[in-house]
Design a binder for this molecule. Structure first.
Ligand code: ATP
Length: 239
């Protein structure tokens, strides 16, 4: 077996007395789309954030391609090839679309910028049309596209997406998920996707983990999880 691109072992993280992660194990191989599903408060966002250094894990290890990145500062983790599109998008509202994309590219060789920008605009033509508009004036769907495009500008090896479907109309969700599928298929981009929209996430991903109460409750291929009675009852029915 090859070394996994990401290996999380026994990860624990807390906010003061609240233990949000209670020993989480996850493995992702290069080229996979893996989703993390679970109810509100299960610890999904905390897992992605602690991979980027905040909150700092209290126990366990995070290995990127075999290298220990546990608790490193966020900028070092970014430079090592991890990019995140955080929950709530967090684009820079006063900066233009183009300036936002430049911010994503600060960790890469400037020689790549034009080529990477062209690729981002080919993926998201709306962003090209609106490149001189301030981020804060974009629609929710366009801001989500910008957040993903900005993350990709750092040429990551691992793309972390936290709830890209949050608050978006179904037609926009389908567009965003289609782009994630294309990025994976055409560039072999490895994606770790946190979603509350479990059905769509499992349809997109190759494998999934179910997080509950800060622990992995179940994991398996997307097809197995989609067919699993417990998963259906807890996360898919009515979805
Ligand atoms: P959601 O989909 O609602 O974001 P989640 O699965 O991502 O849920 P987390 O946001 O990781 O869950 O939260 C895990 C636990 O940690 C919850 O009990 C939550 O209340 C708590 N928590 C999250 N962020 C903080 C914080 N900044 N301070 C204190 N507690 C927090």
């Amino acid at each position: 077996m090859s070394t996994p691109l990401l290996k999380i072992e026994g990860l624990r993280a807390a906010y003061g007395a609240i233990e949000a992660l209670r020993g989480v194990d996850v493995e992702i191989h290069a080229g996979e789309i893996v989703t993390l599903i679970g109810a509100n408060g299960a610890g999904k966002s905390t897992l992605l954030m602690s991979m980027c250094g905040k909150p700092k894990p209290t126990a366990g290890r995070i290995l990127l391609d075999g290298q220990d990145i546990t608790g490193l500062p966020t900028h070092r983790i970014m430079r090592m090839g991890v990019a995140q599109s955080p929950e709530g998008r967090r684009i820079f509202p006063r900066m233009t679309v183009l300036e936002n994309l430049r911010m994503g590219a600060v960790v890469t060789d400037p020689a790549f910028f034009d080529e990477d920008l062209e690729r981002a605009f080919a993926m998201f033509p709306r962003l090209k049309e609106r490149q001189h508009q301030r981020g804060g004036t974009l629609s929710g769907g366009e801001q989500q596209m910008l957040a993903i495009a900005r993350a990709l500008m750092s040429r990551p090896r691992l793309l972390l997406l936290d709830e890209p479907s949050l608050g978006l109309a179904p037609i926009i969700v389908r567009q965003i998920f289609q782009v994630i599928r294309e990025i994976n298929a055409s560039q072999g981009m490895t994606v770790f996707l946190v979603e509350q929209n479990a059905y769509h996430a499992l349809k997109l991903a190759h494998r999934g983990y179910v997080l509950a109460g800060g622990r992995v409750q179940m994991s398996g291929s997307s097809a197995d999880l989609l067919g699993n009675e417990e998963v259906r009852a807890a996360y898919l029915e009515g979805g």
